[in-house]
Design a protein. Sequence first.
Length: 503
Amino acid sequence: MTRDALDLPDTPVRRVVIAGGGTAGWMAAAAISKLLGRQLQITLVESEQIGTVGVGEATIPPLVTFHRLMEIDEREFMAATQGAIKLGILFENWRDIGHRYFHSFGTTGRDHWTAGFQHFWLRGRERGLASDYADYNVESVAAREKRFAHLPKMGMNYAYHFDASLYGKFMRQIAERHGTQRVEGKIAEVLLHEDTGCIRSLRLESGDVIEGDLFIDCTGFRALLIDKALGVGFEDWSHWLFNDSAQAVQTAAVGDAAPYTSAIAEEAGWQWRIPLQRRVGNGIVYSSRHLDDGRAREIFESSLRGEQTSRMLQIRFRPGRREYSWYRNCIALGLAGSFIEPLESTTIHLIQRGITRLMQCFPKVLTAVDIEEYNRQMAEELVHVRDFVVLHYALTDRRDTAYWRACQEMALPPSLQHRIDLFRETGIVFHQPNELFAENSWIQVMMGQGNMPRRHHPTADLMGDEELARFLNAAREHATRTAAALPSHQAYLDRWCPTAPTP
């Protein structure tokens, strides 16, 4: 960070101003006010005239933990947001047209301290003793059979599908209950301190001025504070992530909600399908360099199931991240700070991680070391998530369109290339501290995309065929028995949220 960015005021942080509402703004307001509301003055500025993107409806398991830390009642949350359960993502047509695989939450089989379960599975596959890798994962089997229930000792890893606009309203209720003050209005100008260059206040179109010590930019792609006012640059990742456009629409449900997201690869991008309690969130993500909007809409509308219940939303975006997530006295959350397409449902997670890190290093007085550490951790996580998403495009056998040929031919980030090479040669995945996606996620996607290891760990050779067969069968039977004992996902929802409101 440049030296002038370290010229910080030495006054205590007592006034927090959040610019923008939506998911990012109200999540931040809820967390900060619940934990520190008695010590801080928290103000959120938003305008009802400015819409939010609001299509991020699929999440990953860390949000369950975040809700528990926030003491959110799951029944209340799911009823308020039309929530349903997610056990993973079904990928179709990614490795090749007609091929599918499942990326589940949770662990698969049982590891040895020297070698992961995949090594024993690979050995069993060589010997004709192993079935599909997904058969050894409880969440995969339960998703395939559309079953779910809470199990003792967190025995089932899960996340949520929910209505993002309703989620923002739900978090707003929590925030306002703990003292957050909402101000209606559009931001006309961001005023800076002449001596430090930090943000002093926001002037609204009404003429009102909102002063603060710490500002959180939740203004979405506009990035009014971090970009327009402070000039923090943007690192473009479009040479790895080609998609820059999306269309989204809601449809009425035509059957019971499946407990997983569907990601269906198309000629120049992919479609999502996210089932909620009474409707489905649908979208197509694509590269405008390879597919025009009209053709994208034609592909999209031809695949929709059920009556459309909302207008079609067109979205433009640029994949990448801000050079700094925290600059001077401004923190960028959500789309103001970064955007990685929603292929692995990380958008809300990155908001959550930004909030969690802020709470862990919340400053009494702004210091350079706090800011630098926050930026370091956010940058590492964003690169990790980027690499995991790029992995899906890098490992494909598709060459049927210019888009997929370009995906095959692009030069990969060295960090990702190393992971791919290591797994291909050895079957090994090493998980670095604080990385979001664990070994089993990398294993499932790499093997699902056809990156099969050329060898396994020698520990797996210590078992003879009979012992190895017993070991593998026990893991498969555990997953099968556990899933078979669960109620259907729809029965769970009917019992868990019987009074869920009609949207």
